[in-house]
Design a protein around this ligand. Structure first.
Ligand code: NAD
Length: 729
């Protein structure tokens, strides 16, 4: 393996080039780290080498650590995975510290060879931690490049010295958005933030870095000099004290204490700030190991990184030819259609946006114009880009314009008759794959209006389309492989994450989220304090409590769904929540849109607090349940639906169940998703808890047969249904 190569130039500068041949972006593995370490040894040992530049053979520097490696190390470390992970982390520290000390005398700081990093583009995670250990960081003036430490987004934190170095370089206050929020910057902003040292024209990158190496620069890092003071002060300094108290409160406020990585990061920073640099690295390594050993971090890495990427790359795509879309027809230019037009044009796809009236079609197109205007105001887009995007959207009422489309996405009213008529009108013009964005109607039913049901499919977007990352693809009974591949290729083009599910009531996401909302409303009826319901949800990592979520999605929509579900299910329908919902509807409290719902709102629509009038109708009971009971009711309401969806074959792949839950409705991301959560708590405990909840609250918590069986055998979901198990079967 040669991920790193070294060339010794006549001027005495060694150029170390990182270029992982099998990947479009460099990622660090255990072996490549050893390679880099070997080359640094060579640089330091060879007297003819004056210094080095570490750069990349690609137009980016590196995307970070190969996160699969962390899982492998844990597995390979036998009985003591923590020891294996700690040793691995400390070896990384040693290698990077060697770059940083570069052969200097430990006492006098004399000697040593300058080592610069030259970043042609994006540098993320360990792709920035290596440069941070170098003596000067040069970046090409490439506004598209992203520079930062996004580890926190997948449940870990920078563990190759990035945490310790950045805090010592910038101070805890300035480092906190970069570490705690994973904020990424373009090179100029990264320089303004003090993360990198110099931005230079791309074609001068290497020359400038070499010039610096040859200039006999001072290379000792401030923290290796006597009298170093941390910018902004250490925790016991008056200014530092304020920073740490504030940061601690902020982290707890934002994470509600459910994300272990944020807390561990803060502890590593706090404790590390009190001791010498090398000890701080050890502390960072201990917290890093602790986080890697926490099941939350491995579940988050698995769902939010490894499996999300696998699904985006087509893990479940049927093997048919490329189905890339060049012209999409969107019927219905309302809220959803307008958003779908925007994301399609943004991906460079030609769009025909049809509505019944020209004004409505134009209004749908104006959504893209407004979106781009906002981007221009924030300097994220240019007027030329706006014109180019608008040039791709043809807003019309004329179905003739659909000729040449290779995909149709229908987003008209949620009505079988209207949708059937639209399907017929469209198919008078084109035979291409037809997708419906319905949220509740069965795909197989709607497909009856199509000439060829094998080319009919559901592509279910979430609102707001431009922000929500998940797209749920639904196969009707007769949907064929080409339609599935078409939908997947389209979702890939618009850079969203797909899941593919089968056609049952509410598909997957809505099927799981509706019981969550219903359980919350049910508790109001029982007299559970609404603040307890809402806070219990947030304290277990749900982004919105069920009552707030009802306000956001609107109470009239809830009533509509309740009535339709009752009509479809008959006696099997459990209507316990409907009384509260219908009463709110009758009171005209429709949620955010009417400035009145479970919450009170001011005139400007700002949410104030829970509506006090609710207690007049549904008094709060004297005795309140404990927090965990409320949390378990809210979580089990969702995860049992996910298990049933798997049992019934709606879900064919638990990875989709987990990734879809987090991206679709924000299911406690720290858990890695419903199946990961069940694996964390263990199927035997989950089944036992179901029995207790069933006894106390009713049959909706009854243990699904699949879960009972797995509990008896102490199986895990990933053990039984994960990709490895699948490929072994
Ligand atoms: P909307 O009412 O905002 O828009 C519907 C648009 O379709 C309107 O502009 C209407 O004029 C147009 N239309 C109706 N009949 C038409 C016809 N015969 N020919 C051409 N245009 C016609 O509704 P929406 O919220 O955008 O929802 C559209 C679809 O997307 C529905 O099926 C809905 O269930 C689904 N959906 C909605 C959401 C959501 O959050 N709103 C989420 C996912 C899916």
């Amino acid at each position: 393996m040669t991920d790193f190569t070294m060339q010794k130039d006549a001027d005495g500068v060694a150029v170390i080039t990182w270029d992982v041949k099998s990947k479009s972006m460099n990622v660090m593995t255990r072996d490549s780290m050893a390679e880099l370490n070997g080359l640094i040894d060579e640089v330091l040992a060879d007297d003819s080498i004056k210094g080095a530049v570490i750069t990349s053979g690609k137009d980016s520097f590196a995307g970070g650590m190969d996160l699969n490696v962390l899982a492998t190390i844990r597995e390979e470390s036998g009985d003591n995975p923590a020891a294996g992970l700690f040793e691995f982390t400390m070896n990384g520290h040693k290698a990077l510290r060697k770059i940083e000390r570069a052969g200097m005398d430990p006492k006098t700081n004399k000697g040593g060879k300058p080592i610069a990093a030259a970043l042609p583009g994006t540098a993320l995670g360990i792709g920035l931690e290596v440069p941070l250990a170098c003596h000067r960081i040069f970046a090409a003036d490439n506004p598209k490049a992203k520079i930062g430490l996004p580890e926190i987004m997948v449940g870990i934190f920078p563990g190759a010295g990035g945490t310790t170095r950045l805090v010592r370089k910038l101070g805890a206050m300035a480092a906190s958005p970069l570490l705690l929020e994973g904020k990424l910057n373009d090179p100029k902003k990264a320089m303004a933030a003090g993360v990198i040292d110099e931005v230079v024209p791309a074609d001068e990158l290497l020359a400038k870095a070499k010039e610096w190496v040859l200039s006999e620069p001072k290379i000792v890092k401030p923290w290796d000099e006597k009298g170093y003071k941390m910018p902004g002060g250490t925790p016991y300094h008056p200014a530092g004290f304020m920073t740490f108290v504030g940061a601690s409160a902020m982290v707890n406020g934002k994470t509600q204490g459910v994300y272990p990585a944020a807390k561990a990061l803060l502890s590593a920073v706090y404790e590390g700030a009190l001791v010498p640099f090398d000890t701080a690295l050890q502390i960072e390594a201990r917290y890093f190991t602790n986080i890697l050993m926490n099941p939350s971090s491995s579940a988050m890495i698995r769902s939010l990184f490894i499996n999300k990427e696998a699904l985006e790359k087509g893990a479940n795509r049927p093997a048919v030819d490329d189905q890339k879309v060049s012209k999409v027809g969107i019927i219905g230019a309302g809220m959803m259609g307008a958003g779908i037009a925007l994301v399609s044009a943004r991906a460079g796809i030609e769009v025909v946006l049809i509505d019944a009236k020209q004004e409505a079609a134009d209004k749908g197109k104006s959504y893209t114009a407004d979106y781009m205007d906002k981007g221009i105001a924030r300097k994220k887009a240019t007027p030329e880009q706006k014109e180019a995007m608008l040039g791709l959207i043809n807003a019309t009422t004329d179905y003739d314009a659909l000729k040449g489309c290779d995909l149709i996405v229908e987003a008209v009213f949620e009505d079988v008759g209207v949708k059937a008529e639209v399907t017929k009108n469209v198919q008078a013009q084109t035979d291409c794959v037809f997708a419906t964005n319905t949220s509740t109607l069965p795909i197989t039913e709607l497909a009856k209006a199509a000439k060829d049901p094998s080319k009919f499919i559901g592509i279910h977007f979430f609102s707001p389309v431009d922000k929500m990352m998940l797209v749920e693809i639904i196969k009707g009974k007769e949907t064929g492989d080409v339609a599935v591949a078409k939908a997947l290729d389209y979702v890939r083009q618009i850079k969203k994450t797909p899941i593919v599910v089968n056609d049952e009531r509410f598909f997957y996401a809505n099927r799981c989220i509706i019981p969550y909302i219903n359980e919350g409303i049910r508790m109001v009826k029982e007299g559970v304090e609404p603040a307890l319901i809402e806070n219990a949800a947030k304290l277990v990592g749900m982004p919105l409590g069920p009552l707030q979520l009802t306000d956001e999605t609107s109470i009239d929509l809830g009533v509509k769904i309740a009535k339709a579900t009752k009509a479809a299910m008959g006696d099997a329908y459990d209507d316990a929540q409907d009384e509260v919902l219908f009463w709110m509807f009758d009171e005209g409290r429709l949620g955010r849109k009417s400035n009145a719902g479970f919450y009170a709102y001011d005139d400007k629509g700002k949410r104030q607090g829970l509506w006090e009038g609710l207690a007049d109708k549904y008094p709060v009971a004297d005795e309140q349940p404990d927090l965990v009971t409320v949390q378990h009711r809210l979580l089990f309401a969702q995860v049992l639906e996910a298990v049933r969806a798997l049992e019934e074959g709606v879900l064919e792949d638990i990875r989709e169940g987990d990734v879809g839950a987090i991206l679709g409705w924000g299911f406690a991301p720290w858990s890695g998703g419903p199946f990961s959560w069940l694996d964390i708590i263990g199927t035997p405990y989950a089944a036992e808890r179901c029995d207790q909840l069933t006894e106390q609250f009713g049959d909706r918590f009854k243990t699904p047969d699949l879960l009972s069986e797995m509990a008896d055998k102490t199986q895990t979901f990933y053990g039984r249904f994960g990709p490895q198990a699948k490929s072994a079967a």
